[in-house]
Design a protein around this ligand. Structure first.
Ligand code: FAD
Length: 573
């Protein structure tokens, strides 16, 4: 099969070497590597676009010892990362997979960079999420995709799933973390003004031809680059073609059936099938089985990720692991009422929580976490607090007018002229006194007053004796380095005061199909099922539910997709 756009109308049966189900970062990487290795590949995607959750992600990959960072002068090694993972998840857990991940990570990335348009840049400083543990890195471990020019795809640009609206400005312009300060300070310097004018001019030109801006960044750049590379190699992609079942049995998978326009087509796969359908985030049964109680209502995963791969594997006798853990990689989100009546979710990843002058409280008006902890650790603390002091879900981010002006909060960007508009829309509460604010939000007013008074005393000393806010590299990295004595602690004293409700949402899931180090799916007896692979969120996370640093899911997604494709080809890595 050689044509890039396959029409299933004309086929009821096809034969390939490798069938890959799911057009997210994991599936597209597996398809690309398999094609580069000379295999005859078919990629089937459930929707009419590629990208899945990956398209709406920050696009960071955690690759210890990567050569991009080394070339930029940062030193790191897989040994240091191993030390860190030992401290974080224990020496024995997932040993074989972890070794494979650490050893293959840099190799897989270099392979893609050398042989395709998938290119990466070092992040430089980007601390690990438990930056005070042995082996943790402050810099050099994370990489990001190089921005991508969507115009290279021509009409096929529309095949790239767009980012969520809350991550774009002017209705379609993607902005990265570095752009925000320049846009906010566009009149502060001539250089900023020119930078913003150029951004805007390109965007206006884009909109004459495309539905959104074509300057792709973060996850959209990763997806764009993978898709462009696949198109250049003429790898066939079947859209609107979900995998529905496997053929063969646990002694060997022979292929799979796809549902194309209500009709089943059989794909025979000589070397096997790769499940990369994005995990179970929107599957009620799996959520109730694997997630903490009460099961979080919200997920930031792509809504088409309904656990198809995990379910299909399970039906063939594959093992799912781990069964008992919080099985999510979490972020606090605020719920954004959109003008059309729908709801958006804004993830509080790095922009506001660590800044000085913000605390998080539960309904009792008490702090329960170092607000500058990683988004994953913040939500784990919400779960714990909710056991002791219900309800801690939602929790509230509390700040004052000075904070709002300087740093913004959630979807409200810094320096916004009219935060009151967001109060009117129901996004957050505001009041002239803390007691009144507490009354509106449903927080204990007396305790909130006491909590803020105590926290304000920490602002003077710079030491948070309750939760150590500002004590780790990660805290300070996301704080405000210009703020003294502690970049993460400042007073909450200038009315109006604000309270924004935040809830847990998964950005990825960590329970999935058990695999070996080559991403071969394991049956319940622990033996690989020949011809069946899983990667991305369909594969049980090598991190065993922990979140070591930026890029914890995309790193393994790419590396194990690479290993799966190499194994299918018969290449020993
Ligand atoms: C806001 C946000 C930021 C994030 N930032 C990062 C980050 O910086 N670094 C990081 O490591 N992770 C990040 N993540 C998580 C990351 O995006 C996901 O873990 C990753 O995209 C998973 O890749 P995947 O290929 O397994 O799934 P996906 O990217 O979700 O792709 C799955 C694809 O499979 C398709 N599919 C579903 N069912 C079927 C079927 N039956 N047949 C065929 N196709 C099917 C879907 O349509 C979809 O296209 C972030 C997530 C969010 C929400």
């Amino acid at each position: 099969m050689s044509q890039a756009t396959v029409s299933a109308d004309t086929h009821s049966e096809m034969e390939v070497d490798l069938l890959i189900a799911g057009g997210g970062p994991a599936g597209m990487t597996a398809a690309l590597v398999a094609s580069l290795e000379g295999l005859d590949v078919l990629l089937c995607e459930k929707s009419n676009q590629v990208g899945g959750t990956g398209a709406t992600s920050a696009g960071t990959l955690w690759i210890p010892g990567n050569s991009q960072s080394r070339a930029a002068g940062f030193s790191d090694s897989s040994e240091q990362a191993d030390l860190y993972l030992n401290a974080l998840i224990g020496e024995a857990t997932n040993r074989e997979l972890r070794n494979a991940y650490l050893q293959t990570g840099p190799k897989a990335i270099d392979y893609l960079c050398a042989r395709s348009d998938v290119q990466f840049l070092p992040c430089g400083n980007h601390p690990d999420y438990r930056s005070n543990m042995p082996g943790a890195a402050v810099a050099g471990r994370a990489i990001v995709p190089e921005p991508f020019d969507g115009r290279l795809l021509g009409a096929e640009f529309q095949r790239i799933r767009p980012p969520v609206p809350e991550f774009m400005v002017f209705g379609g312009l993607m902005v990265g973390k570095a752009d925000i300060s320049r846009l906010v300070g566009r009149f502060d310097s001539f250089a900023n003004f020119i930078y913003c004018a150029k951004l805007f001019a390109r965007y206006v030109a884009d909109r004459l031809k495309y539905k959104r801006g074509t300057r792709l960044m973060m996850g959209n750049a990763l997806v764009g680059r993978l898709f462009y590379s696949l198109r250049k190699r003429k790898v066939p992609i079947l859209f609107d073609a979900p995998i529905v079942r496997l053929t063969g049995d646990r002694r060997g998978v022979k292929g799979a059936c796809l549902n194309v326009g209500g009709r089943e087509i059989l794909i025979k796969a000589r070397k096997g099938v790769v499940l990369a359908t994005g995990g179970y985030a929107h599957n009620k049964r799996f959520r109730e089985t694997f997630m903490p109680q009460p099961v979080p209502e919200y997920s930031m995963s792509y809504e088409g990720n309904r656990g198809d791969g995990v379910d299909i594997g399970q039906r063939l006798g594959a093992s799912i692991t781990p069964q008992q853990c919080t099985s999510g990689l979490w972020t606090p989100v605020s719920v954004v009422p959109r003008p059309d009546g729908s709801k958006g979710l804004f993830p509080h990843l790095v922009l506001d929580r660590a800044k000085p002058g913000l605390i998080a409280v539960n309904s009792a008006g008490r702090r329960f976490v170092n607000e500058a902890a990683s988004y994953h650790d913040f939500v784990l603390a919400m779960f714990e607090s909710n056991k002791i002091t219900p309800p801690s879900i939602p929790a509230w981010l509390i700040c004052d007018a000075a904070f709002m002006g300087r740093y913004g909060l959630g979807v409200i960007y810094p320096g916004h002229r009219n935060p009151g508009k967001f109060v009117d829309s129901g996004y957050l509460d505001s009041a002239q006194t803390l007691e009144e604010l507490a009354g509106k939000a449903g927080i204990d007013p007396m305790q909130l007053h006491l909590t803020v008074t105590r926290y304000n005393s920490f602002a003077e000393t710079g030491v948070d004796i309750d939760f150590d806010k500002g004590e780790t590299e990660l805290n300070r990295f996301n704080g405000d380095t210009a703020h003294k004595p502690n970049p993460c602690i400042g007073p909450i004293s200038a009315p109006p005061f604000y309270a924004l409700a935040v809830l847990p949402a998964d950005i990825a899931v960590s329970t999935g199909l058990a695999t070996d180090a080559d991403a071969q799916v394991l049956a319940s007896d622990g033996k690989p099922i020949p011809g069946l692979y899983a990667c991305g969120n369909d594969m049980a996370s090598v991190m065993a539910g922990s979140y070591p640093g930026p890029g914890t899911t995309l790193g393994p997604a790419v590396v194990f997709a690479y290993r799966a494709a190499m194994h299918a080809k018969g290449v020993t890595i």
